[in-house]
Design a protein around this ligand. Structure first.
Ligand code: ADP
Length: 397
């Protein structure tokens, strides 16, 4: 079956068409600047990128353009729309309602709407994507795959905050965690790579991209993760602060003369390694260049970022009473030997020994610890689209 995977944001829509039997990507692309001006970039199979600047006033038009790109007589990859057997949608927040992927019906749409106040920027955009696909492809089964679902196995002690319990009961304020599709995919893949049983392994997954999070996966179940009610908590990220004292918000507001929205903007968009570097960049390639050239801001940003990751790894080793395997994934995790080596240098107490030569790997599955390392260290490229396609196939075949 050919499965269309949709990741719909407020002004962009990413898509991939995946053959569920071969798991090959038949075509992929992105519609950008929806509601502003508009551009679609499409890459057919192994072909070259095709860019088309064209008006995209709304998501309905974006979906029409996706279909046009996929079925184009010269550069398309399918003969007609009928070839698309199912659509998988990435949904950011499933609250406590969704513990796994589900086939979309009106009740599911309503339930996604109900948890939208937990992700006001993301869930409404995801829903627009679902509606636009339903309009363009009536009758085609669709599946919702949630970023939060994998983390729903966390025990109460891991997901509760130390605030009045009534606030949890009334408003469901708690840790949810994100990047769940990636943490699930990578932890399973790690078990395969090690030839071990997933249900008998203690794994820590470090998803280090522009957004970054760590998870502790014990015996096949997530038991803790670093992102919280929103994706702002936990690690230091590209432009997000991660953990801070909540009082910092009011302090910033007073000192900088801004309102809550201003302080939130600062913590989401101007912080992280970008802010720490002295506004050099949020891109780790630039930061690594600066680090290697002795730039103080870049050294500070990378060291502080790595320190926070190693601290979480230590905490999660304690949470699981041990750790068998540490995985690095996403843009920086897959392509950043420097970051991996700084983090692992601090983990000698766990028995982690990095193989310097193997650690030079970029974007490929690889064991990067030495044979005598007590804890295995793996680089595992994530593939959230494939994970979404697999769930969709499972529910629709
Ligand atoms: P997101 O999906 O959250 O936008 P990604 O997983 O794509 O993020 O990761 C983006 C980050 O990965 C950027 O900071 C980028 O610099 C980094 N990255 C990508 N390639 C490399 C590389 N070769 N070396 C170091 N960092 C890299």
């Amino acid at each position: 079956m050919k499965i269309l995977v949709i990741n719909c944001g407020s002004s962009s829509l990413k898509f991939q068409l995946i053959d569920s039997e071969t798991e090959k990507v038949l075509g992929k692309g992105i519609c950008e600047r929806i509601g502003i001006d508009g551009r679609i970039v499409f890459t057919p199979g192994d072909g070259d990128k095709i860019t088309n600047d064209t008006a995209i006033p709304d998501h309905n038009r974006a979906i029409e353009l996706v279909i046009e790109a996929l079925t184009n007589k010269e550069t398309g990859v399918i003969g007609s729309l009928d070839e698309i057997g199912a659509v998988g949608h990435r949904i950011v927040h499933g609250g406590e309602k969704f513990t796994k992927s589900v086939v979309i019906d009106e009740d599911v749409i309503k339930a996604i709407e109900e948890v939208s106040d937990l992700a006001p920027l993301h869930n409404p955009a995801n829903l627009i994507g679902i509606r636009a696909c339903q309009k363009a492809m009536p009758g085609v089964p669709m599946v919702a795959v949630f970023d939060t679902a994998f983390h729903q196995t966390m025990p109460e002690e891991a997901y509760l905050y130390g605030i009045p319990y009534t606030l949890y009961e009334k408003y469901k304020i708690r840790r949810y965690g994100f990047h769940g599709t990636s943490h699930s995919y990578v932890s399973k893949r790690a078990a395969e790579m090690l030839g071990k049983d997933y249900s008998e392994l203690k794994t820590i997954v470090c998803h280090l991209g522009n957004g970054a999070s760590v998870s502790a996966v014990k015996n096949g179940k997530c038991v803790d993760t670093s992102m919280g009610l929103t994706p702002l908590e936990g690690l230091i990220m590209g432009t997000r602060s991660g953990d801070i004292d909540p009082s910092v918000v009011e302090f910033i507001m007073k000192k900088e003369g801004c309102d809550v929205a201003g302080a939130e903007n600062l913590l989401n968009k101007k912080s992280g390694v970008y802010g720490l570097s002295g506004d050099v960049s949020s891109d780790f390639r630039d930061l690594e260049d600066g680090y290697n050239n002795g730039d103080e801001g870049c050294i500070r940003a990378i060291n502080t970022f790595c320190y926070r990751v190693s601290k979480y790894i230590g905490a999660y080793a304690a949470a699981m009473d041990g750790v068998d395997c540490i995985c690095f994934t996403a843009g920086v995790g897959e392509n950043g030997p420097l970051v991996r080596s700084i983090i692992c240098e601090k983990l000698g107490f766990l028995g982690v020994k990095l193989d310097k030569e193997a650690n030079e790997v970029h974007g490929k599955d690889k064991e990067v610890s030495t044979p005598d390392s007590k804890v295995k260290v793996l680089v595992v490229p994530t593939n959230e689209e494939l994970a979404i396609a697999r769930d969709t196939n499972e529910l629709c075949k």
